[in-house]
Design a protein around this ligand. Structure first.
Ligand SMILES: Cc1ncc(C[n+]2csc(CCOP(=O)(O)OP(=O)(O)O)c2C)c(N)n1
Ligand SMILES: [Mg+2]
Length: 591
């Protein structure tokens, strides 16, 4: 006789779930027994820390488009999930969390590991969090948790007291007070109506200098974005989560935007008279056109995200690909291509600036060089993850992504820690593709080192074993160091910013992985070649210079003032970072 946990897994299977990321505990033991019995149908991936199970479930959703599922025990295990679940919620990914709870008879008794889980998950799983109290609920709890996660592209949570998990499974009886739900749903393709499309086309046809900004919502509509941009003679900037939406070798793609952005994106937004935003909630309005400067059209599948960062003239709820496809016949090809030519010149020059910056010498290795050398070596169809830190800047700016690749990071929560777990989830979902995690030493010490233990446990299962973790060993929490200087005007605070050294490459070797450590620029290219052709996962540890600024594309007067203030207040690294900043800035002025 199947118990409730068996029943829940069976129901999840009917929804297409075949992998669960999690960690055991006596609050969830009923499910572990059931997972053992279902092990030929559902894969259980054991993590080092529940936060990483939630990151993996989020990454699974990001890299497959399916619902991600994570599982944890009551109390501490449930609490550990939270940060990863918020990552999924804020980046609009469908994730279902399954957590245990104390037995029904103990709840409310200040029992061991008893936490008010309904309250704990109330915010992160605001669309749906429920606790099962009888077996008859299991069916609709699962059906609703999965369906709502998918429809709302968000996090839902199911709580199972440990005694309920072990009760005999029950279908709801046919009587008053029961719920009879079912499995499955279609994927609608939402397209705005004709009048709204015509209105949007009018705005876009009237504009002379059209800028586009695309985000995660455009990841499946490269072809349509290209056609629209060609027709309108537009340049296209990409929000971080939309990095893989368009290849970077298109001459009118200006790359990333914002604090981690490029100069051509900055110019594009400042000089345009029309903005077409597709599938993005890029947060920083100061990097968009000034209010009143440009007329705007926005396309988003979620009406809540419309006119959130810039007051648009036309707000279209729709699927990006289908909406752009429907717009195309209404758009006139712009005959004056001078705006487009300006953008292309800007982009071509910018790539030269980036190359020159990457080749500047530094002490010992310039981090931009590490990314610049990786760029042409990126394997076809690889899957990239980056962590929060300076790695996100270099990922955003220096890597030329090509068609067929995928790339993600914690876009909206911008949390540290997901780089390595995202790459692991990518390998489980796509074992024949190469995964790369690009992380700082701070992030590596937070989750990455432990994540390597998980890599060592599982890599032999992957048909192509290549998973490469790049660690920038700069012994600094560098991104925040620069924020202290440029945004707060404070000198670097060694007590908070110094990161202890750690032998990342040697540790990888201890685990049976390939470990490579480079501390000279000429070693970087060959090390990438070795890591990317290895017969096992690899850690490439690059000793890099913390004084190379992950500079914003333009330095505002205010930031320059703050910067000067940090020097005057006695930043111990002042000489080093001034030298590197001048080198980088010189490259931009010379071009
Ligand atoms: C969980 C969490 N804690 C703190 C931060 C703030 N933060 C953002 S980037 C960063 C520094 C990252 O340092 P490291 O991983 O070494 O990368 P680096 O910038 O040095 O390349 C910090 C502390 C955060 N985003 N998330
Ligand atoms: Mg660091």
């Amino acid at each position: 006789m199947p118990n409730v946990a068996d029943y829940v897994l069976d129901r999840l299977l009917r929804w297409g779930v075949t992998r669960i990321f999690g960690y055991p505990g006596d609050g969830i033991n009923g499910f572990l027994g059931a997972l053992d019995r279902a092990s030929d149908r559902i894969d259980f991936v054991q993590v080092r820390h529940e936060e990483m199970a939630a990151f993996m479930a989020c990454a699974h959703a990001k890299f497959t488009g399916e619902v991600g599922v994570c599982l944890a025990t009551s109390g501490p295990g449930a609490i550990h999930l939270l940060n990863g679940l918020y990552d999924a919620k804020l980046d609009h990914q469908p994730v279902v969390a399954i957590v245990g709870q104390q037995a029904r008879a103990a709840i409310g008794g200040h029992y061991q590991q008893e936490v008010d889980l309904l309250s704990l998950f109330k915010d992160v799983a605001s669309e749906y969090v429920h606790m099962a109290s009888t077996p008859e609920q299991a069916r609709h709890l699962v059906d609703r948790a999965v369906r709502i996660a998918r429809v709302e592209r968000t996090v839902t949570c199911l709580i199972f007291p440990n005694d309920v998990q072990e009760l005999d499974a029950q279908e709801p009886p046919r009587r008053h007070g029961t719920v009879h739900s079912g499995v499955g749903m279609s994927h609608p393709i939402v397209v705005p109506t004709g009048d709204d499309l015509r209105h949007a086309a009018d705005v876009l046809n009237t504009g002379k200098r059209v800028a586009m900004l695309v985000g995660a919502g455009a990841l499946h509509s490269a072809e349509e974005v290209v056609e629209v941009a060609e027709t309108l003679g537009a340049g296209v900037a990409k929000a971080l989560l939309g990095k893989a939406a368009l290849p970077d070798d298109l001459p009118w793609v200006t790359g990333s935007i914002g604090l981690l952005g490029t100069k051509p994106s900055w110019n594009l937004m400042n000089d345009c008279d029309t903005l077409l935003m597709v599938g993005s909630s890029f947060p920083y309005s100061e990097f968009l056109p000034a209010e009143g400067q440009a007329r705007g059209v926005q396309v988003d599948i979620d009406g809540r995200m419309l006119s959130l960062r810039y007051p648009m003239d036309v707000n279209l709820v729709g699927d990006s690909a289908a909406t752009l496809r429907a717009l195309l016949p209404l758009l006139n090809r712009k005959s004056d291509r001078s705006w487009r030519q300006t953008i292309e010149r800007d982009v071509a020059e910018w790539w030269k600036v980036l190359e020159a910056r990457a080749m500047n010498d530094a002490d010992p290795i310039n981090p931009q060089r590490v990314f610049w050398e990786l760029s042409p070596r990126l394997p076809d169809n690889c899957i990239l993850s980056a962590d929060s830190g300076s790695t996100a800047s270099w990922f955003a700016r220096d890597l030329k992504i090509r068609q067929g690749m995928m790339a993600s990071l914690s876009g909206t929560l911008a949390t540290m820690g997901p780089g390595v777990p995202y790459a692991i989830a990518a390998k489980f979902a796509h074992p024949s593709r190469v995964a790369l995690a690009l992380v700082g030493d701070g992030a590596m010490q937070m989750n990455g080192i432990n994540g390597l233990v998980t890599v060592a446990k599982y890599w032999r299962r992957w048909s192509d074993p290549r998973l490469v973790v790049l660690v920038l060993n700069n012994r600094d929490l560098n991104m925040v160091t620069w924020e202290q200087r440029a945004l707060a005007g404070d000198p670097r605070f060694p007590a908070s910013q110094d990161i202890p050294d750690f032998p990342y490459a040697r540790f990888a070797e201890e685990l049976g992985l390939l470990g490579l450590r480079v501390d000279r620029p000429d070693q970087v290219g060959p090390a990438w070649d070795r890591a990317l052709t290895a017969d096992r996962p690899a850690v490439l540890e690059a000793v890099t210079d913390p004084n190379v600024p992950p500079l914003p594309p333009h330095i505002s007067f205010e930031q320059a003032r703050m910067f000067a203030s940090s020097v005057l207040k006695g930043d111990a690294e002042a000489l080093g970072f001034i030298k590197q900043t001048v080198k980088d800035a010189a490259e931009s002025f010379l071009k």
